[in-house]
Structure formats: structure tokens, C-alpha cells
Design a binder for this molecule. Structure first.
Ligand code: ADP
Ligand code: VHF
Length: 366
């Protein structure tokens, strides 16, 4: 079957709701017609839509400050239904059928669930149904929660092998300072590499309903870049710009794909998996991994945190605890503790083919 060109479009809560946190008919209509246009131009769009919590809070008349997590999850249970009802109505009037996909971090971490989600998305896309994705807010808890749909949208983009990820938000791109604090801040049109100088520009959310602000958008753009996908952060005010972005017009901030993309297995280790423990390594091992791209040997391990089985994904951190790699361990935590005691130091703990070194892990875990 012919592979269509796929675009993941993520839209934030503040771009879908009004001041009273009710779903904004006008905003939703504009988004739906822009997505329908892409559809009619032969793209296969996937919409990652936030707004469940905000819409639920507005509908229930709950004040969004000082809410417990179960209260927010209850709001999402109400808001997600309202959101889908509205999307269904709007897209139906444009001749497009929609399907709802709710995911958690655990769905990406478990290979079977990951493949199931991918198969379902492929069927929807190949049968011209628009998938509308959100985090499954009502069942998530800290360990399996994305919390922000920016990261989720980057993983979905990798899952469906999209060529473009568009993050629509309440600002027209990345500025060289937080525009709320610095009125002279300027828009950055293109970012080649998301390095420390870019990361330090990003601040938190400017709205009461947004999550993560520019920080999580950079984390998402970084994941996408390492998967070979371009990301554009642009304003949701005029969703009609979607077609222009898709055809390469210079709008918003464009984050270019990395020259060093990760193969799908390493993409999964780096961003999809859930780590079960941490190996602390000494300076020599840090050098061996980051500069000489070697496998991790037991000799460099100075500490083991957590309990895990062989085959688990673990983080690898330096003496200060800064995570610099993730990989699949050949040994369980129990065996590793024994190995260290018995000084069988030459043993390979993580083979380099199952290891991903990434200075950006700290930002991707925000
Ligand atoms: N360097 C920056 N450039 C642009 N926006 C920034 C920057 N730092 C922080 N922000 C804030 O990030 C906000 C967008 O993120 P967020 O509120 O989470 O939106 P969304 O709900 O669309 O995900 C902007 O409104 C802005 O206030
Ligand atoms: N899953 C949540 C989305 C949280 C979130 O990422 O919000 P946002 O920063 O507005 O994209 C919801 O639907 O309310």
C-alpha cells in the first residue's frame, strides 16, 4: 500500500478553550477546517489534542487552582468526552470520520502495546479516519504519566513515522527569552541543534491551563529530531497556516532533524522505555561511553540503584547522578551486586548496540 505523508499536529489547552475554560467553538472550528484541508491535500494528519482537563474544569465549574491529581483526572474524564463530541461534530460536517486514541507512557514502554497502538493508528490512517490522540489522563499516575502532550506527540510522530511534527501553541515560536518577562525578545526562525544555549532560553507555561511551556516543546523537538523528524512550533491563532508549514513555508520556529538519527530500537530505549534502575559509573567509564562509544563494563560501575531483572532498561549516570545514557542490561541488579563483590570486572553489562548516550536526557525527562 502506498505510504502517505504523515503529519502529527499537537494543539495545547489554551488554544482550544476560552477564559472560562469552556471549549471555544471558534478555535475548534478553525482547527478542524485547517486539518481537513491537509487531509484533502493528500496528507495523513494525526491530531494530538490537549484540553480534556481544562474543558472538564470549565464544564464542571471547578476552580483550577489547588486541585488534587484525582480531581484533575475526574475533570479529564468529563472533558475528554466533550472534546471528542465537538471534534466528531465538526469533522463530520467536513466529511471526515474521527477515532479516539488514549495512550499512557506504559503503552510506549511495553513493546506489545506499542505495536498494537501502531497497528491501530495505521488502520485508521490507511482508511482515511483522523486519529485524535490524548494522554489517558484518568488512569495515569506519576511513573507512567507524560503530563504534557508535547512529549506524547513526539513519540506518536516516531510511532507512525511522520515526516513533520507541528506544535500549535499560544505563541508563534521560540523566542530568545521568555516574552512574558522580556518585551525585547525576538523570534528564532530556525534551530539546527537543540544545545544548552537553546535549552536555557525556554521557560515554563504562560497560562493556567498549559503544561510545560516551551521547555517540553524543546524536549519534544529533540526527540523528534533524533527520530529524523522536523518540528515546527507555531501559533494556533490562525490554524490555516498548517498547509503553509506542511509545504515548507518559513513560519514559527523550525527545529531541523538531527544528522545522527537513532534506529527504531534505540529510539525506543531512549524515549519510549521506562527505566527500572540506575547504574552509577566512574569518570573512566563516562569517557569510554561518551567519547569512545564503548560498551559498559562492570569495572566502571560504582553504584547500583533499584531492583531490576536482566533485560530491563536502566539509566546510566555519572558520579553526580546526571543521566548520560540508557541501555538494556545483561544482568539483574542482584547479579550485578554479586559481580561487583567478586570483582569479575571485565564483564560486559550493557552492549553498545543496546546503549544510547545522549547529553539531552536531562531535558527529555523534564
Ligand atoms: N523562550 C520562550 N519562547 C516562547 N515562549 C516561551 C519561552 N519561554 C516560555 N515560554 C512560554 O511558553 C508558553 C507556551 O507553552 P504552554 O503554555 O505549555 O502552551 P500549550 O498549552 O500550547 O502547550 C508561551 O505562552 C510562553 O509564555
Ligand atoms: N492530557 C491533558 C493535556 C495536558 C497538556 O499537555 O496540556 P498542554 O500543555 O496545554 O498541551 C489534557 O487533555 O488536559
Amino acid at each position: 500500500m502506498e505510504q502517505h505523508r504523515r503529519i502529527v499536529i499537537k494543539i495545547g489547552s489554551s488554544s482550544l478553550t476560552n477564559r472560562e475554560k469552556l471549549l471555544d467553538e471558534y478555535k475548534l472550528k478553525a482547527l478542524a477546517s485547517a486539518v481537513a484541508k491537509l487531509f484533502n491535500q493528500g496528507w495523513q494528519p494525526i491530531l494530538v489534542s490537549s484540553g480534556a482537563v481544562a474543558a472538564g474544569l470549565g464544564h464542571l465549574g471547578w476552580n483550577c487552582t489547588h486541585l488534587t491529581m484525582p480531581e484533575r483526572q475526574a475533570a479529564a474524564a468529563v472533558g475528554q468526552g466533550l472534546l471528542m463530541e465537538k471534534y466528531n461534530e465538526l469533522f463530520q460536517s467536513l466529511g471526515i470520520k474521527v477515532g479516539q486514541i488514549l495512550l499512557t507512557r506504559a503503552d510506549f514502554a511495553d513493546r506489545k502495546r506499542y505495536l498494537n497502538a501502531r497497528n491501530t493508528l495505521n488502520v485508521l490512517l490507511n482508511r482515511h479516519v483522523l486519529p485524535i490522540v490524548n494522554e489517558n489522563d484518568t488512569v495515569t499516575f506519576a511513573e507512567i504519566r507524560f503530563g504534557d502532550n508535547d512529549t506524547l506527540s513526539a513519540l506518536v510522530a516516531g510511532l507512525v513515522e511522520a515526516e513533520l511534527l507541528i506544535l500549535l501553541t499560544d505563541i508563534d515560536g521560540l523566542y530568545n527569552g521568555d516574552p512574558r518577562k522580556d518585551p525585547n525578545a525576538k523570534l528564532i526562525p530556525v534551530v539546527q541543534h537543540i544545545d544548552d544555549s537553546i535549552i536555557k532560553l525556554a521557560g515554563d507555561s504562560g497560562s493556567t491551563v498549559g503544561t510545560g511551556g516551551m521547555k517540553t516543546k524543546l524536549a519534544a523537538a529533540r526527540i523528534a529530531a533524533r527520530s529524523g523528524i522536523r518540528t515546527v512550533v507555531a501559533s494556533a491563532k490562525e490554524p490555516s497556516i498548517l498547509s503553509g508549514i506542511a509545504t515548507g513555508e518559513k513560519l514559527g520556529t523550525s527545529f531541523e532533524p538531527s544528522d545522527h538519527t537513532l534506529r527504531s530500537r534505540k529510539q525506543w530505549i531512549a524515549y519510549g522505555s521506562i527505566t527500572r534502575g540506575t547504574l552509577l559509573i566512574d569518570k573512566g567509564a563516562v569517557k569510554a561511553l561518551t567519547e569512545r562509544h564503548k560498551s559498559l563494563l562492570a569495572v566502571g560501575i560504582i553504584g547500583i540503584k533499584g531492583d531490576f531483572t536482566a533485560g530491563s532498561v536502566v539509566s546510566v549516570a555519572d558520579e553526580q547522578g546526571v543521566v548520560l545514557a540508557k541501555g538494556i542490561t545483561n544482568l539483574s541488579s542482584e547479579d550485578l551486586r554479586l559481580v561487583n563483590k567478586n570483582t569479575r570486572h571485565g564483564l560486559e553489562v550493557i552492549n553498545r548496540d543496546w546503549l544510547v548516550c545522549e547529553r539531552g536526557f536531562s531535558i527529555c525527562q523534564m
